[in-house]
Design a binder for this molecule. Structure first.
Ligand SMILES: [Zn+2]
Length: 395
């Protein structure tokens, strides 16, 4: 519940962070093109000091320095994710796209939960509406804006009793027709949050395009478009959280295929030499994949299982959709239709996604048996993930 002054300040701080991120990214790119080595965080932070002291960009001094520095850490992380093939190359930030900044130093933050207020450097005391109690030692605070509202996320650290996992093992197959199918037969309908709001969004976008750009009516129409966007985001987040909470609370081990969503969405661009129906179909699939939030689903499952004492096992995809769970016959002919699995060898028939989930669970069990036998040391918790382990298992 910031006042007008604080809102203006926060917009400026978010803008300063975006400016620093983009400037550092441009510098990194130029440096690379002229044959220079990657500029690490420490060297980049020195650049930031220079920018703050430069008369042309002296306004950067109005923003708190720690959030600016943290932006450079974010950029370094984005590069790291790119180098390790987890993400695309870092992109320049645009205004209004996840406007946020983080105060990384807990010593500078004061949290007064009893009175519903928080003190942040250069902003002073801000009143807030509490979503839940913050337990433990305060670590950092992130301020963000979404749909015209401001949020503060508080990260804390505390010791918890090691939990005892509940339930057994389950395999999951991710799909388009069904968002997730469990090997016990349960399945989760696709969210299609985008489709549900698509009509409303299209209408609002059309209304916006009819207005004179930057006029008051245009601004109003734009706010409406942003509101629908944020509603779509909220619905999706809510669905993902509910699903991952249920699954992680009821299973000690979850096996999932190590889908490389990034590669899948890449391949649409790659097939551009043969444009036409297939490209359009592929990009439709991409939109579906990205819209469903599979990455986020996996990320949440991973940490929620760890919270509950369970763990996630990510298996490299290997014929999971083409292997018969009944007789073991592997053939592409087993799956002539998208939704139906029918073994050409033994005649076993089942929903294709369920077959996938059963096979993923089996592969997970095989891998675990291998770890227990002492061939591979299992990590204490968290995701088990490596192709080499799977290779050892088969050997
Ligand atoms: Zn069969």
């Amino acid at each position: 519940m910031p006042d007008g002054d604080q809102q203006r300040q926060m917009r400026r701080f978010a803008g300063s962070c975006r400016f620093v991120f983009n400037k550092a990214l441009a510098l990194q790119k130029d440096n690379y093109e002229t044959g220079g080595k990657f500029i690490g965080y420490v060297a980049m932070a020195k650049q930031l000091t220079a920018w703050r002291n430069d008369a042309e960009t002296a306004w950067l001094k109005d923003a708190p320095v720690h959030p600016l520095q943290h932006t450079l850490k974010d950029l370094e992380k984005a590069y790291k994710n790119f180098f390790e093939k987890r993400a695309d190359f870092p992109r320049f930030k645009r205004k209004g796209q996840s406007d946020s900044f983080r105060y990384p130093d807990p010593k500078q933050i004061k949290l007064d939960q009893a009175n519903g207020r928080i003190f942040l450097p250069k902003l002073g005391w801000l009143r807030y509406r509490n979503s839940r109690e913050a337990l433990g030692e305060l670590r950092n605070a992130t301020v963000s804006q979404s749909g015209g509202k401001w949020f503060v996320s508080i990260q804390t650290r505390r010791d918890v009793e090691p939990p005892f996992p509940q339930g057994g093992a389950v395999g999951i197959d991710m799909g388009i027709a069904r968002f997730a199918t469990l090997s016990d037969g349960t399945f989760y309908a696709p969210l299609n949050s985008f489709k549900r709001h698509e009509t409303a969004l299209r209408k609002a976008q059309r209304a916006m395009s009819r207005k004179t750009k930057f006029s008051n009516n245009w601004k109003k129409a734009k706010a409406r478009v942003q509101k629908i966007h944020s509603r779509i985001g909220n619905a999706r987040r809510d669905y993902l959280h509910k699903t991952t909470t249920t699954i992680s609370q009821n299973h000690a081990m979850v096996c999932i295929e190590d889908l490389q969503v990034r590669n899948m969405s890449r391949s649409a661009k790659g097939s551009a030499e043969q444009p036409g129906k297939q490209v359009r179909a592929k990009s439709g699939l991409n939109k579906s994949i990205l819209d469903q939030g599979w990455f986020e689903f996996r990320r949440q499952l991973d940490y929620k299982l760890a919270w509950n004492g369970g763990h996630l096992i990510a298996m490299p995809p290997r014929n999971t959709s083409r292997t018969c769970p009944c007789c073991g016959h592997v053939s592409a002919d087993n799956r002539r239709a998208q939704e139906r699995f029918a073994c050409v060898e033994c005649g076993f028939e089942e929903n294709a996604d369920l077959v996938g989930a059963i096979n993923v669970l089996r592969a997970g069990h095989a891998r675990l048996a291998c770890e227990v036998s002492g061939e591979v040391m299992p990590p204490a918790a968290g995701t088990h993930r490596s192709d080499s382990v799977a290779a050892q298992c088969r050997a």
